[in-house]
Design a protein around this ligand. Sequence first.
Ligand code: 13P
Ligand code: 13P
Ligand code: MG
Ligand code: MG
Length: 382
Amino acid sequence: MMRTTLSVIKADIGSLAGHHTVHPDTMAVANKVLAEAKRTGIIVDYYITHVGDDLELIMTHTRGALDTKVHETAWNAFKEAARIARDLGLYAAGQDLLSDSFSGNVKGLGPGVAEMEFEERQSEPVAIFMADKTEPGAFNLPVYKMFADPFNTAGLVIDPALHGGFKFDVLDVYEGEGVTLNTPDELYDLLALIGTVGRYVIRRVWRRQDDLLASTVSIERLNLIAGKYVGKDDPVLVVRLQHGLPALGEVLEAFSFPHLVAGWMRGSHYGPLMPVSQRDARATRFDGPPRLIGLGFNIKNARLVGPSDLFDDPAFDGARKQAVEITDYMRRHGPFMPHRLEPAEMEYTTLSLVLEKLKDRFKREEDVAKAKQSIYSKESNE
Ligand code: 13P
Ligand code: 13P
Ligand code: MG
Ligand code: MG
């Protein structure tokens, strides 16, 4: 049986009018590179899209994850697109390409990667979710809901094939160490970790009964790779659907609540994750609000059938309206936490400069009080 690999690789290679949207010419040149890779048989099929300023390459092939040729194809597509971005004077051209040279695969070079290799089921439905102005941990809450919350996913209760539960691989992105937790039995331990979204990130989900790989998330944190602010990580989530896995509708249900995520404006603010159609996949207000698109495909003999634009639907108007209301509410906090991120998570930070400038002016409270005291006693003696 042929094994199929789905590789979603993304990067911000520069954008139009700020961190807003990709330019069609950059997508066109990436398309040329992928068309050539399809012609020469490196990949079987592909689809190119974008969310906000992030260029997304969705590729299918039979070469397994971390394949050098597939990754080199993606890298070349990003390099070419960045070249066009420079020619057009686009903003932050080459933003996520942290290296000039490619060595084996794109990991650690800046692009985000979500890949899964599997044996195609008779019908292989998948959903691909792509977000802008946020970080990989933004998917912790919805992925938890899809695979572990019976109030979201009816199948956990009523479908014997889901009833055995799922395994979550959780990565500590600071230490680079992972742990696997089983649900439902270790639900509370899982939540204790993944509630800290900036550190513990759900990396993969497996079905327990047969170790079927059900979902994967891109976990790159650019700021941790680069050691300085280089843009947000703008993650990707791939979910296999149906037939012993959550149904498409159960997976989409998890995004009906526009939860707060980190990464809005300058990578330094919390805001609601707003599910939008491809048409509305552009960051606008305060460079957001953070946006999510979803595309549904079937995969047949490694060919991509589709997509369907999953949030292009009035059923998500309520979530969008709520996201706009939350936007108004959060924005009124201006530079105050918890709209602004906590200092340790701040990526564009002047805080250290301000502290340096003021360091000689900081005085201990009791010294200030003593100084005041001596002034008063001097005055009263006079
Ligand atoms: P089984 O019903 O064969 O376990 O598998 C269903 C499925 O979703 C993966 O093949
Ligand atoms: P991106 O990470 O999407 O490039 O956004 C950067 C930013 O700071 C937007 O305000
Ligand atoms: Mg950008
Ligand atoms: Mg982006």
